[in-house]
Every structure is written in C-alpha cells, then in structure tokens.
Design a protein. Structure first.
Length: 409
C-alpha cells in the first residue's frame, strides 16, 4: 500500500505572523471586522477529467463542516487551472487546502495565511500555486507554506523528521481488529522533541470528527528523539463505540492528535490520520445511475443528474440555477462564481447518513453540486438496499428540502 506522508506543518508562530503587519502589536487578531477576501489560485498538473477540491478553514482545522470556502475543480485537460476565490473572513488565521487523488504529490499541500483589517497578510506578494506531481518513491512529506510569513533569506529549511502511517487506508469486515502504526524518524543531525508523548488517539466518523467513538489518552511528558532515531506508536481498535457496541459500516478516521515536534526555535504540529472503512458484510451496491430527476421547492428546481455507488463510497451530482443567477465570466482577475453552501443526507434500509457539504462549480447556465469527491468520502450503500433517498437539507438560505427517491432493484 502506498505510504503517503500527510504532514501539516505550522511554519511560524502567531507572533511572527502578526509582526509582519505594520503597526499591529497584538498577539491575537481582532475578530470584529469582516471583509470580502479575494485570492487567485493556480493548479498545475491535474489530468483531464480528474477532480480536486479547494477549501478554506481555520488553521489546523480537520472538521469537514468548518469550511468558509469550498470549490470543486474538474480538469478539462489544460496544463494550468486558475480558480478565483472569494470568501468573507473575519480577522484571524486560516488554511487554504487542496484535496486531490492519492496518485498526486501536492507541492504544497496547502497555504497558511492571516487576515488582518479585512486583508490577507502577504508581505512578499507570494502567488498561490499548487503543483500536482507523480508520487515520489520513499518517504517524502507534503507541507504547508505560509503566505503571511515575513521575508526570509534562503527559504525555510525542511522539517527535521519524516512520518508514516501503516496503513493509510484499509478496509475491514465487522469485528476485525483495526491496527494502525505511526512512525516518526528524526532525519536531521540534531535531537528533536515531541512535546507530549505518546499522542492521544481518537476514532470518529470520517465526516463528523466531533463525534468520538473511541479514544486513548495521550501522555503528558515530552520525548526527546535523537538524531537518526525512529519512534513508533501502535494503536488497535476493536470496532466498538464508547458504549461497547459494534460500530456501523462506513468510513472512520483514526487520528493521532496534536503531534507537536520542536527543534531549536522551529515547531511543527500535525495530525496524522488513517482512513478506515468498515464494510457491509453483505457487500455494497456497485452501479452508476443516470437519473436527471427534478424536484422543485419554493420555485427552485434542483436536478439530481447522477449517482455513483461504489464498493468504497457514493457520489451524488446535481445541477440547479440560483435565482437571478448570471454566469460569471471566466479568466484570471475576473469576478469569481458565487459561493454555494449545500448540505445533504442520504438514507437506505432505515439508516440515514450524513453527506456533508458539496463541492460546487459553474456549469452551463447554472451551478453543479457534487457530494462525495476527493477526500470527502461517503459511506457505501449495502447490496440488499431496495431504495435510496437523497435529501438536500440546505441550499444557501433558500427553503427546502429537496428529496429524491431512487429505486435500487
């Protein structure tokens, strides 16, 4: 199994970020002002018909419901894709993240940035560019870059360690023991320190990280890791929740929480997370259904164009035309497409699953909404389900819901 290292590196402290803003002396940013934040991102190397997702969330956030911006991008074969981003953000600290297929190495994985006085702090005028490259051999870390860091001579040094999760993704039948191993190797010539060891471990549904089903408390003492030394942590889960009941089939996150590694005056915090699928014992539905089924509620028509049901997930593609919508012109520097916040759920065999928020993009004269793309994995549908109900519960502030019933027999 491919061992992709997912490294969320906090490059600078808040003090350094604030120091880069002329006249600002606070250690924490004010939260009273809001502004229309605009930035242009370029994605290089996304192959034709492949999908990627850009999101903005609070710095260090992993919860899928905390997005301030989310945009689904589908490549038409062009070498470079330009995305104009607009979001209303309070003053504070954020991250811009690119999610893409695991076949790509992201350089970088994302950008940290600060908003102050309703503007992005970007003292060097750095451009936001994501390069999607073939996966390199060996252990190589994907990292964040800070837009708001003061100018540095010679650039930032690489992190002093490499980490790996084995497995990063695995499928299990109900009742099988889930085992995950985290390894951290000090690849530098000096000692480094893990602030709290061993790390706390949490198991939660993939799209609901606040719901902790199982956990193991972390240590309170630091651990010094010598140059060239590797430390490992094993974690096993019996698939039971906090009440001792078998967890239902679906995707789960096994997260090693708040790993903070320091060396001298440099610090790196990250949250290595493995993806675990508990399979339906009877198997999952595997089919693609082109529907073009319409539902009109309060004058807004939504078309469920297609559903894709797979052994490891589900995907729902819809289309609608917002009221008074005018398709935005395309091209760098032109107004971006309007932001759409859409949430949904789906039900089968008396069970309801959260579909989270949709990725969105312009399409023809309207907007395309897709649930279940990239890392936003949806739970599979069991093979004995006879009907699937897909419900859009939120579509900006327009009143719904929009409910679609799909027979599976």
């Amino acid at each position: 199994m491919k061992k992709l290292i997912i490294l969320c590196a906090i490059v600078l402290t808040a003090l350094l970020l604030i120091a880069s803003v002329a006249g600002c002396q606070q250690k924490s940013p004010p939260s009273s002002s809001t502004g229309n934040i605009r930035v242009t991102a370029t994605i290089n190397g996304l192959e034709k018909a492949d999908e990627a997702t850009l999101t903005i969330s609070h710095e260090g956030s992993a919860a899928s419901e905390e997005f301030f911006f989310k945009r689904d991008v589908i490549s038409d074969g062009k070498k470079a894709i330009t995305v104009d981003i607009a979001a209303n953000l309070e003053d504070g600290f954020y991250q811009l993240l690119l999610e893409a297929s695991e076949k790509y190495f992201r350089d970088p994985k994302g950008y940290f940035f600060m908003v102050s006085q309703s503007q992005i702090v970007n003292p060097t005028g750095m451009k936001v560019i994501f390069n999607l490259l073939p996966q390199p051999e060996g252990l190589v870390a994907e990292a964040y870059i800070s837009l708001s860091a003061p100018p540095k001579v010679g650039g930032a040094p690489p992190p002093p360690f490499q980490s790996s999760l084995i497995p990063e993704e695995a499928h299990y039948l109900p009742g099988e023991k889930v085992e995950v191993t985290l390894s951290i190797a000090n690849t530098s010539g000096d000692n480094m320190t893990i602030s709290h060891y061993p790390p706390e471990v949490q198991v939660s549904p993939w799209l609901d990280r606040e719901q902790v089903l199982s956990s193991r408390p972390g240590g309170t003492q630091p651990l010094e890791v010598r140059a060239g030394e590797t430390v490992t942590q094993d974690f096993a889960w019996d698939q039971k929740d906090s009440q001792g009941q078998q967890a239902s089939p679906g995707w789960y996150a096994v997260s090693f929480r708040d790993m903070n590694i320091t060396q001298g005056d440099r610090g790196t915090m990250f949250h290595p997370t493995a993806r675990v699928l508990i399979q339906h014992p009877q198997g999952a539905v595997e089919k693609t259904i082109d529907l073009n089924q319409e539902q009109t509620v309060n004058g807004i028509t939504v078309t469920l164009e297609r559903i894709e049901l797979m052994v490891d997930g589900a995907r729902f593609s819809t289309f609608f035309i917002p009221p008074a919508y005018t398709p935005p012109p395309a091209g760098p520097g032109l107004p971006p497409a309007p932001v759409v916040t859409a949430r949904a759920e789906y039900s089968f065999s008396g069970v309801t699953r959260n579909a989270g928020t949709a990725g969105f993009s312009t399409k023809d004269s309207g907007m395309r909404l897709v649930w279940g793309i990239g890392m936003h994995k949806l739970d599979p549908v069991p093979s004995d389900a006879t009907e699937l109900v897909f419900t859009i519960t939120q579509l900006n502030d327009w009143q719904g819901p929009w409910e679609f019933r799909i027979p599976l027999e």
